[in-house]
Design a protein around this ligand. Structure first.
Ligand code: BJW
Length: 249
């Protein structure tokens, strides 16, 4: 795996770096079998555009449809296991004194892999909250109604994720912005870099003078601006990078 050729300037910079921030997107979980956000849906869901389901408007109009879409995705994620890309980031965290992992993913795979410092910008698919009160709800009585109702106020329950037009969790976003503005190396991994404010983070890091590295098999709006654009799968490039930085010494 470490035979993958990587720029030696990047390997050397990573080996001596003290502050590193990493932004991940759906692409890092693709090799675990979790479909990326914008890839074609399969089966029953093929007719729906994910960007049109992940909005408060869609939930208001068709709460059952949206709840069932998330239930289907939860089931697919439960069957998935973290892959070598997630595991390489666990290893990187051990080597870097100030390491921040910022994820747009809602799938908990970084946590399941063993990463510790994780900022979840778009929430988590395994948490639930009340659509009316915007408060977390951990349990509710069994019943036939879909979605179930909030045991406190009777409002509809929804997944605790961030939909288009909604604010990101302020504490996580501020911490991510700080990490981007102070990192020596910033990685943008497996994200189409289309969704804001997450897509601003690598640009902030560039403005602050960081080395910015993109890992993606496809070009994105960020590709032409980064210091190193590594064209390939996260599950192959990240383990090779970690091996060349720390195991090959
Ligand atoms: C691999 C790989 C492998 C494959 N290895 N790579 C500024 C300008 C324009 C618009 C806006 C703006 N600021 C805000 C907006 C509006 C909006 C927005 O960004 N719209 C854009 C679409 C234009 N943003 C918002 O509404 C955000 N809220 C906000 O800004 O609040 C303030 C505000 C409110 C109202 C008005 C103005 C401001 C909220 C955004 C919430 C996003 N939520 C979602 C859903 C989460 C729940 C769920 O999962 O259902 O988050 S949308 C979806 O996109 C999901 C993802 O986290 C996110 C990013 O997607 P990601 O991860 O990049 O996935 P993909 O599928 O797009 O890409 C996968 C990539 O992997 C590809 O590039 C592949 O090539 C690659 N890949 N295999 C490495 N093996």
């Amino acid at each position: 795996m470490s035979a993958i050729p990587l720029p030696s300037a990047l390997v050397n910079r990573l080996r001596s770096a003290r502050r590193v921030a990493v932004l991940t997107g759906a692409g890092i979980s693709a090799e675990s079998g979790v479909p990326t956000f914008r890839e074609a849906q399969t089966g029953l869901w093929a007719q729906y555009n994910p960007e049109e389901l992940a909005t408060p408007r869609a939930f208001r109009r068709q709460p059952k449809l949206v709840w069932e879409w998330y239930a289907w995705r939860q089931q697919r994620i439960r069957q998935a296991e973290p892959n070598p890309g997630h595991q390489a980031l666990v290893s990187m965290e051990r080597h870097i004194p100030e390491f921040t992992l910022i994820t747009q993913n809602v799938d908990s795979l970084h946590r399941r892999a063993g990463s510790h410092q994780i900022l979840e910008l778009h929430g988590n698919i395994f948490r639930t909250k009340c659509f009316s009160e915007d408060r977390p709800v951990e349990s509710w009585p069994d019943g036939d109604e879909i979605p179930p109702r909030c045991p406190r106020c009777g409002g509809l329950l929804r997944p605790d994720v961030v939909w288009f037009g909604e604010m990101l969790p302020a504490t996580a976003l501020h911490a991510a912005e700080h990490a981007a503005a102070t990192a020596e190396i910033f990685f943008s991994i497996g994200t189409s870099a289309l969704v804001y404010p997450a897509a601003d983070l690598p640009l902030r890091a560039l403005d602050a003078g960081a080395t910015v590295v993109e890992i993606n098999p496809q070009p994105t709006p960020l590709s032409s601006r980064v210091t190193f654009s590594l064209n390939g799968a996260a599950g192959e490039i990240l383990p090779a990078l970690v091996a060349q930085a720390w195991e090959a010494i």
